[in-house]
Design a protein around this ligand. Sequence first.
Ligand code: PEP
Length: 251
Amino acid sequence: MTTTITPVIAGNWKMNGSRASLSELQELAALLTTGDAPRAMVIICPPATMLHAVASQGSTSGILAGGQDCHAQAAGAHTGDLSAGMLADAGAQYVIVGHSERRADHGETDPAIRAKAEAAMGAGLKPIICIGETESQRDSGHAEAVVAGQLAASVPDAAGQHDVIIAYEPVWAIGTGRTPTNDEIARMHDRIRALLVERFGDKGATTPILYGGSIKPQNAREILAIENVNGGLVGGASLLAKDFYTIISAV
Ligand code: PEP
């Protein structure tokens, strides 16, 4: 892990959780405040219904809150959507954009994701921009080209001046219990780092690159130790406080 970048561990609760799940947040907060001080910045991205509660209850233990998506517009006739400003108003400091489940379920394209990331930055949020290849793209030898294309098209030029986080999440590793080999993760993260430096210079050298896809307490330590892996985006294992804390402690 690159030492000049503060590691980030972000939990994506997806469409899981209710007010009862706040007990997990309280348990995590207790673990974080009584255990060794975490080396990582800890973010939880709950469903929007719980964002305000997570932001206010997490703040005492240093847990930051993030949204799972935002609209590219600031306001208007977009039933069911939330703007980045609304997420910020609810206490979010981050927002995930371009998660593969949104790319697949809602047909989100790279330009749409770029517009969302721009809206997030405009509202004072830090976007966590997700990129990653499908299994068939990897099997056909196109993984690096796909990821490079997504990086070029979904990361705004303004990322040269604003803080953004990149999350490399191979689609086939999300929620499957399968992960790339450490070498494959290292190769992809090195490539992403090189592309960020080429485009954004020093800012690209310090942009956190998270790995996401079936990070578990059992594999966190070795994945998070890989060069240019600056933390993790964690789905399933972020739902249970003890598992998530183990992953945070693995940094
Ligand atoms: C994710 O959805 O971003 C993710 C990484 O999920 P999981 O950890 O469950 O694979």
